[in-house]
Design a protein. Sequence first.
Length: 345
Amino acid sequence: MKIEKDSSVKISPVLEEFLDPAFIYVPKALVVPKYVFKGQSFGGVYSSVSGVVVGEEKDFFVVQNDYREKRKTLGEKKSKILKNDFDSRFKDCKYIIINAINDEVYAINRVVGLKVRIEEILEFLDEIMQLFDVSKVIIAIKSIDMEIVEDCLDIVDAYSNVSISLLDDKYLLGRNEFLLRELNIRDNEAMCFLVDDFLKILDEVKYGRVCDTMLVTISGDALNEGKIFRIKKNIKLKDILDKVRDSLESSYVLVAGNLLNGRVVSEDFIIADDVLSIHVMKKKEFRTQKCIKCGACVDVCPVGVDPLRCLLEDKSDKRCIDCGLCSYVCPSYIPLRNWVTKDEE
Ligand code: SF4
Ligand code: SF4
């Protein structure tokens, strides 16, 4: 399904950097560490800077950046990758799919992430293809984003087994299972990676390091022009919003993630690496009205859930993938998704 977009919302595809935050925020551990190294794990979240813990805020330690980028152990760049570097998932697959599609309404992280590291990505893919005898790589891009990667076409052309597949701007293709269906490829024939996930693997396998930066799109109709930033992981939203504050309208609401299923957050929100976009939107009033029994919510559900029944029977449904389409299509503005997922936020 195509999601309606406001054509006046513009995003600059030029990547900007904000890599020197004064503080980052990592989940609290049982013991307060004396010194935090870059790459140190806090319950699976890796510190993106080195420094000392100077305080606590809710569930986070506040780490003051000492700008020394100190790691406990240094990763080594590999001259050659080995089969053992991977799990058995590549075995027997015919295709590798690189998914450069964002489902977030106004976000272009993945296609920009692909563009800025295209050479490394292609070299790494080439090594994997030879190692596991994979015959073809497909890079999936939305045709509306093609302009962003035009400069990369010559580089891609040099790899005869790699092709770019241009797809319509349809919602949910940013999820691998729906992308495979669109490409008519069976699950067991392909390994499918989101660009961001593939880059994490590349950094770990080739450079022996956990990536400490991430891309985030800041965009929406309350901003003159959206921007895409490379930032240190786990900074406060306020820090990055300061970079675009001049072009912000006076009144706005912040949504972390997709407009269809994201959550309203404050400027104190910590941007972890699963947050691809922040939408800065004008405030609008939607008053929930009575259900008119049109059935649109049932028809649109991609996994066969009956959201109306969930609403009437006050129960959730485990099959729900939390895409938000039922709420999106409802002419009565009923937040059906909240019922189906029992999301209290
Ligand atoms: S949010 Fe859940 S119930 Fe609603 S359309 Fe998506 S999958 Fe179906
Ligand atoms: S889309 Fe809204 S109005 Fe239509 S049946 Fe579903 S809940 Fe009722």
